[in-house]
Design a protein around this ligand. Structure first.
Ligand code: DAT
Ligand code: MG
Length: 140
């Protein structure tokens, strides 16, 4: 298959806990290429568009609030089958259920907060990756 690009976000919990380097280290150690990197506090408009598929769900409001609560490290990563690979590296959405060895399983836990704090986001398909990269990095 062709070389893919995916959008990885280190969420505000991951940035606050000093885990940006650890996430980038895992990506680089696996041999993927970082093609864009930016640290910013995303506004609600960007976050609502990013998470549009979840609009109307009970966790949508807390999710957008949490994601805008501090800096996010946005990274475009490139490599063969990197979309699938990073989903596997991230682990299950619920950090309590995520397998050891994954980012969420090794580094995440339930903090009892309204929003699930699971350290990273990764695009879930080629169509999602293209849409999300255009939102976060319109110049790419
Ligand atoms: P993922 O981030 O694994 O792709 P998702 O796209 O289904 O998961 O959801 C986006 C984020 O929203 C997820 O990282 C954490 C939060 N979330 C998802 N499902 C949830 C739920 N049932 N309750 C609370 N938060 C949830
Ligand atoms: Mg998702």
């Amino acid at each position: 298959p062709a070389v893919e690009r995916t959008l990885v976000l280190v969420k505000p919990d991951g940035v606050r806990r000093g885990l940006v380097g650890e996430v980038l280290r895992r990506l680089e150690a696996k041999g993927y290429t970082l093609v864009a990197l930016d640290l910013r506090v995303p506004d609600a408009e960007l976050l609502r568009a990013h998470y549009a598929e979840h609009e109307g769900k009970p966790f949508f409001g807390p999710l957008v609030e949490f994601m805008g609560s501090g800096p996010v490290a946005a990274v475009v990563v490139e490599g063969q089958r990197v979309i699938e690979a990073f989903r596997a590296m991230a682990g299950a959405t619920d950090p309590t259920a995520a397998a050891p060895g994954t980012i969420r399983g090794d580094l995440g836990r339930d903090w009892g907060t309204a929003a699930t704090q699971n350290i990273v986001h990764g695009s879930d398909s080629p169509a999602s990756a293209q849409r999300e990269i255009a939102l976060w990095f319109p110049h790419l």
